[in-house]
Each structure stands twice: as C-alpha cells, then as structure tokens.
Design a protein around this ligand. Structure first.
Ligand SMILES: Cc1cc2nc3c(=O)[nH]c(=O)nc-3n(C[C@H](O)[C@H](O)[C@H](O)COP(=O)(O)O)c2cc1C
Length: 206
C-alpha cells in the first residue's frame, strides 16, 4: 500500500505536526510506503496519482476544518486527482466527538461522496499523542484497504484480450493500471473487464 498523509495545521511543531509524524511511523510499521505532505489551497495535486490511499485531515479552528485543506477543495485540482481514491479521514479538535462528527467531518465528506472512505476518526487533543489510538486508527485503515482490494479481486473477471493488454504494460506500472482499471469498472458497474473497458479507463485518466 502506498499512502500519503495530506494534512494542514496553522501551528508549526504543534499537536498536528507531531501526530502526523507518529501516524507515519505507525503506518510504516505495517510495511506501507508512506509520505506526508502539507496542504496548500492552491497547490497542484496531480502527485496524488501515485498513491493508493490518501489519508487527509487537519485541526478545526473556529468551527472550520483548517483552511488550506478545506480551501483546496474549492481552489485546486484536488477533486480531480482524488477521483476513485481510497481515503481515510482524521480531525483534531477540542469538541466532543458527536459534535465533531456532525459538524466538522461533513465539511470534508461532502467533497468525497464518491470515494471509498476506509476509516474516519476525530482525535481529541489528548489522543493526538496516544500511540494506542493512532495504532488502532492505522489498523482500521489497513484492514479496510485489504478488504476493499480482496472484494474487487473476487468479483471482477478479466477477459483474455484485456489480460493480454495488461501483460504488455511494464511490470513496475502494471499493478497500478490493474487497480485503477478495476476501480473504474467497479464504479461504472461492469462485471467483466474487456479491452474496451480498459480503453475507457485509460481515456478517463488521460
Ligand atoms: C485558535 C484555535 C481555535 C480552535 N477552534 C476550535 C473549534 O472551533 N472547535 C474545536 O473543536 N476545536 C478548536 N480548537 C482546538 C484545536 O482544533 C486543537 O487544539 C488542535 O489539536 C490544534 O492543532 P494544532 O496544534 O496543530 O494547531 C481550536 C484551537 C485553536 C488554537
């Protein structure tokens, strides 16, 4: 699993920065490849293409998810590059969890209605440095990711022609094309991946 932690915070070296470092360490222990990146509302998010899982989150300030993460949905191309990505969400905030789930998480989820959300968690200030809470969030992400991959592998059938096309792709790129094509086919409601489905998926990403 290739994951990126995409986060925002207004503090330098604050609770979110430390949390993200610990989250990265915990993920790396599961043998995932992990990178982290700080959001900019106007950044170019095409690099997200390289990742299987996008873990995104930020603190809440004055009732709003931190502005560079929230702003990126309005001011950047992030939505394009999040299409069909598996996502996990986290928030850091001082409000009780039910309130945060009702008021803050939807600020992100409203932009992710077509994404598979592997896990979501609101971290209270004391949980941000609690390795048990972080490990449990990570376990949840990894378990749901594995389930999602398995379910897809079981239900989709590749025709011989489509498999031949896949075999012509260099090996370092093949897995990514296979996953992307299966995700496309799944979302489009195909049970079988034919040559034309592969071409449709390819056109979608060009
Ligand atoms: C200026 C400020 C405003 C905040 N506003 C809220 C808020 O509206 N709702 C909330 O639940 N928590 C709020 N918090 C709590 C933060 O979300 C929480 O402390 C978070 O861990 C801060 O992350 P940081 O250390 O990376 O800045 C606020 C904190 C600060 C400093």
């Amino acid at each position: 699993m290739k994951a990126i932690i995409l986060y925002d915070t207004r503090s330098v070296g604050g609770s979110t920065d430390k949390f993200v470092d610990n989250l990265g360490k915990s993920l790396a222990e599961t043998e995932a490849y992990v990178e982290k990146g700080k959001c900019k509302a106007t950044a170019d998010y095409s690099f997200l293409q390289d990742f299987d899982v996008i873990i995104m989150g930020a603190p809440v300030y004055y009732l709003l998810v931190s502005s560079d993460l929230l702003g990126s949905f309005f001011q950047s191309n992030i939505k394009k590059y999040l299409r069909r990505k598996k996502v996990a969400l986290f928030l850091a905030c001082g409000s009780p969890e039910p309130m945060a789930t009702m008021m803050y998480l939807p600020q992100l989820k409203i932009h992710l209605v077509r994404n598979k959300i592997l896990a979501e968690k609101v971290f209270a200030p004391q949980e941000l440095s609690d390795m048990e809470a972080i490990d449990s969030y990570v376990d949840n992400i990894v378990e749901e990711y594995r389930k999602a991959i398995k379910t897809r592998d079981r239900s989709l059938v590749w025709t011989d022609g489509a498999l031949e096309m896949l075999d012509r792709i260099p090996s370092f790129f093949k897995d990514r094309v296979r996953i992307t094509t299966e995700e496309y086919a799944e979302e489009a409601g195909y049970n079988e991946i034919t040559v034309s489905v592969v071409n449709e998926a390819k056109a979608e990403f060009e």
